[in-house]
Ligand binder design. Structure first.
Ligand code: FAD
Ligand code: UDP
Length: 378
């Protein structure tokens, strides 16, 4: 077989690059995907009870980038959806990001009023404060509050999810879910938020439905690559696997999802509920809240963090911390040496904790670089 480009992986990174190369540069593209479906971790499907589920954990689309939103809007309409999450603290389900509503749900009215006043005096209203910053800068009663939130919302969950405490990770990890001095219960405040109206998989099908794109499912690229003639490859799998782990394995966290279908319309009040150390799982997910599907049944999933074994487990979360970045940089240097033949991009190939919109933005930026290279005079 002869093609212009081979793309390994059909998640948002691979699908965006395949679509752009095919439609904008009229290139022949072969997408090779080792799973039996397209979409990477954003894949969704109907389960045996007819409920639309997200096989690899709930995926909520949110972005501030009009470029990304407009790009994807060519392939889908959107169902407006604002994600809400609760975390169980002292047996109560309260909003997370921890906000003023959480404060009032957990403390007696008078004390909550005092803490609210102190928070606003110190930081202002409608301000987001990462928990590690709150801990450093708070004193007196606010230091008590910071410690309470740290212990109950962050420490337990983070230990279970990452097997590291928040201080052992890049500060950006817990800063994704800052304490929010407001009454806004939404998980994200991005300008654009929603779910693909008919699901993620139809969105991917439309992205890849181009006469210049061929798709090979159930195939590890290593098993077939010798039989394919191609100009260049874009690889979106784990970068250490590409180089046969020559510098050692990059650490990841993986998850196990346990699905359960119940004969009731809804199980919980919002799409995600987070749990601390007292439970073996970190989250209970209920995708009907996200998809808006009407059914007398519902499917929920329990999320259990698990040890990752390179080559065996699904690499779900790169672990953002300095020593891992150093190891990644060794692989990045290897990638640099072969960039004329292979380009690396995506959450696994860049070893970066990208959200979906960041994966698409990264792919669109890489595509621009490819255009510049391909159209540059000899
Ligand atoms: P992936 O989606 O991982 O795709 C990589 C593909 O490459 C996979 O399909 C894999 O099978 C394939 N592949 C790997 N190696 C090979 C090989 N050797 N041969 C052939 N194929 C190969 N983002 C959000 O914005 N909102 C959310 O709510 C959200 N929730 C998430 C929840 C979980 C549990 C996880 C793990 C991630 C979540 N994300 C979320 C992040 C989102 O999944 C990623 O940003 C996105 O999937 C990145 O796309 P990608 O194409 O880079 O990688
Ligand atoms: N986090 C936490 N408790 C929560 C929510 C988040 O400790 O109730 C921390 C935890 O370390 C988590 C990180 O914040 O991994 C980022 O959370 P996010 O919801 O962004 O994680 P993701 O959706 O990517 O799994």
């Amino acid at each position: 077989m002869k093609v212009d480009w081979v793309i390994v992986g059909s998640g948002f990174t691979g699908a965006t690059l395949a679509e752009q190369l095919a439609s904008q540069l009229n290139q022949n593209v072969l997408v090779i995907e080792k799973r039996d479906h397209i979409g990477g971790n954003s894949y969704d499907c109907y389960d045996e009870h007819g409920i639309l589920i997200h096989k690899y954990g709930s995926h909520t689309f949110h972005t501030n980038s009009s470029m990304v939103w407009n790009y994807l809007s060519q392939f889908t309409q959107w169902r407006p959806y604002f994600h809400e999450v609760r975390v169980v603290v002292d047996g109560k389900k309260v909003p997370v990001p921890f906000n003023l509503n959480s404060l009032y749900a957990l403390f007696p009215q008078k004390y909550a009023e005092k803490l609210e006043e102190l928070l606003i005096q110190h930081f202002g209203f409608n301000v987001k404060v990462p928990i590690l910053k709150l801990r450093e800068s708070a004193s007196g009663e606010l230091a008590f509050l910071a410690d309470y939130i740290y212990q109950n919302v962050f420490y337990k969950y983070t230990m279970k999810h990452w097997q590291l405490d928040p201080e052992q990770l890049d500060r950006s990890v817990t800063a994704r879910v800052p304490v929010y001095i407001s009454r806004d219960n939404r998980y994200f405040q991005d300008k654009y938020q929603g779910l693909p109206k008919h699901g993620y998989t139809p969105l991917f099908q439309r992205m890849l439905k181009h006469p210049n794109i061929k798709l090979l499912l159930n195939t590890d690229y290593r098993d077939v690559i010798d039989q394919i003639q191609f100009k260049r490859m874009i690889y979106t799998g784990p970068i250490d696997a590409y180089f046969n782990y020559m510098h050692g394995t990059l650490p990841y966290r993986t998850l196990r999802f346990e699905f359960d279908t119940l004969d009731q319309e809804f199980y919980q009040e919002v799409g995600t509920v987070n749990y601390g150390l007292e439970y073996d799982y970190t989250r209970v997910l209920e995708q009907k809240h996200l998809t808006g599907q009407k059914s007398p049944k519902t499917t929920i999933s329990y999320v259990y963090p698990e040890e990752y074994i390179a080559g065996k487990s699904d690499p779900y979360y790169p672990i953002p911390r300095e020593e891992n970045k150093e190891l990644y940089r060794l692989y990045q240097a290897e990638a640099e040496k072969i960039k004329d033949k292979v380009l690396f991009a995506g959450r696994l190939a860049d070893y970066k904790y990208y959200n979906m919109d960041q994966a698409v933005a990264r792919a669109l930026t890489l595509f621009k670089e490819i255009v510049q290279e391909e159209t540059k005079p000899e």
